[in-house]
Structures are given as C-alpha cells and as structure tokens.
Design a protein around this ligand. Structure first.
Ligand SMILES: Nc1ncnc2c1ncn2[C@@H]1O[C@H](COP(=O)(O)OP(=O)(O)OP(=O)(O)O)[C@@H](O)[C@H]1O
Length: 243
C-alpha cells in the first residue's frame, strides 16, 4: 500500500475476536513514524484493544501487523516491549522509590541505571532530582504520570502507546503532560499513539487522528479532520461529544 509518510506501524486487515465476539473488524491503516497519532471514538469502540496489538499484549486473530515493516510475530517478545513502550491512565508502579521504579526496566535486562542517568530522565519529564528517593505512594497524579513516562524513556522505545494518560488529572497537570509529550516527540522523534476522549486534545496534540467506531476504523487523516468532519459518522460522534 502506498502512503505519503513512512509507517512505524502498519495494520493489514487486522481483526480480533474473543469468545465469538468480534472486537476489531478488518483494520487497515498506517501509523506515521515520528508523529503523534491520536485515537478517538466512543467507549467500547476497540481503541485499547487496538493499542494492545501494537506491543504484543494481544495478537490479531486475522490479518497482519507490521512494526518497521517487519511482521510483529518476528519480534522477540521482550525486545518488542522495549521497542514499543506503554503508559496507562493508572500509571501503575511498584511500591518503593521513584529511582527503584525507573531502574526496573534496566534491571529486568540484567543492567543497572545510575543515579546520574535517572536524574537526567527525571529532568526530561520536568521533575528535579529530589524526586529520586521519593516514595511512589506520595506522588500526585501528574507526578506519577511523569515518572511513568520517564520509565518508558529508559528503554529508548521508538514507539510509545499512551492510553488515556491525562483522564484522571487536574487541568494544570493535563497541560503539563500535553506539553511534555510534544517536547519528547520532537526531542526523541518517538512515534506516539494517544488514546483520548478529549477531542480538543486529539485535535491540538495530534498530527494525525484515527477515529474508531464499533471495532472499525472509520476515518484517518490529519487531526484537523475533527474540525469539520466530512464522514457523517465522525460528524455525529464529534457533535455528540461536544454537545
Ligand atoms: N477480553 C475480552 N473479552 C470480551 N470482551 C472484551 C475483551 N476485551 C475487550 N472486550 C470488549 O471489546 C470492546 C472494545 O473494548 P476496548 O477496551 O478496546 O474499547 P475502548 O474503545 O478502548 O473503550 P473505552 O474508551 O471505554 O476504554 C468492548 O465492548 C469490550 O467490552
């Protein structure tokens, strides 16, 4: 398939069914390399299921998925998880210090993270070195999300999956995380897929947007498509959200 941009991820007629229920229906499309693609659609549309395909947490029941032009099945699972990082709304952490959590991805590979490196990663996400020894249980929601994002940087992932990472945050923290994601995208050229229910966020943060409905990919294009959708199903969805 010819695309105008280099794809980081390509879905070729990807379907996913579980217990006779079809959750994803023949998804075909490409996620552009180095850009932010926002993924929107009503609750239950299949957004998280699609995201989980991208780092091997779920496997298509039909169709093919390619990362950097290679079939996803050809990747060794742990190296795939390193290459494709994920940050979730709940920003799950293990009990202990921020440093302990940052060092975890390295220690899983039998490697160490120095304090100096950890401080640099904290700086990348706008936290100073005093956070290094803080307990993760004492962090605010926004700070937790920043640590969770810093943890994904440690693997130097080329693709980052973001699932509703600002949904539980106050307005200031939402703005901080949005600015952080834009900065990191530019600095490290990371391909990002960001699921959001906030259409304004999808529009302003995304370079590109995918719209899903009932397990189908019903529209893709530059995020400005959300301003004046030509597809009547997208128009109805946007109108419903903004009502
Ligand atoms: N393991 C499973 N078994 C059965 N049904 C599932 C399973 N996983 C997901 N589903 C169903 O598939 C549909 C899509 O779920 P998914 O979480 O991908 O949607 P979503 O668009 O991310 O929704 P939301 O915006 O509410 O998070 C939903 O109807 C969900 O209940």
């Amino acid at each position: 398939m010819k695309t105008l941009y280099e794809p980081a991820i390509h879905f070729q007629q990807v379907s996913f069914s579980v217990k006779n229920k079809t959750i994803l229906k023949s998804i075909t499309g490409s996620i552009p390399k180095g850009k932010i693609t926002t993924l929107v659609g009503p609750s239950g549309a299949g957004k998280t299921t699609l995201l989980k395909m991208c780092n091997g947490l779920l496997t298509p029941t039909e169709g093919d998925l390619f990362i950097d032009d290679q079939p996803i099945a050809s990747y060794e699972p742990t190296s795939l998880r390193r290459q494709v990082g994920i940050a979730l709304q709940a920003a799950p952490m293990i009990a202990g210090s921020v440093f302990h959590n940052l060092a975890l991805p390295r220690s899983l590979q039998g490697k160490t993270l120095t304090e100096q490196e950890a401080i640099q990663y904290l700086k990348d996400v706008g936290l100073d070195e005093s956070f290094l020894q803080r307990s993760t249980t004492d962090l605010s929601g926004g700070q937790r999300q920043k640590v969770s994002i810093a943890r994904t940087l440690i693997n130097q992932s080329s693709i980052l999956l973001l699932d509703e990472i600002t949904s539980a945050l106050d307005r200031q923290s939402v703005q901080d995380i949005e600015a952080l994601i834009i900065t990191l995208n530019k600095k490290y050229n990371v391909t990002m897929i960001w699921i959001t229910h906030n259409l304004q966020q999808a529009l302003t943060i995304g370079h590109y947007t995918w719209v899903m409905m009932d397990g189908e990919l019903i529209e893709t294009g530059q995020s400005s498509l959300l301003n004046a959708p030509k597809n009547p199903r997208v128009a109805e969805f946007v109108k419903g959200v903004n009502a």
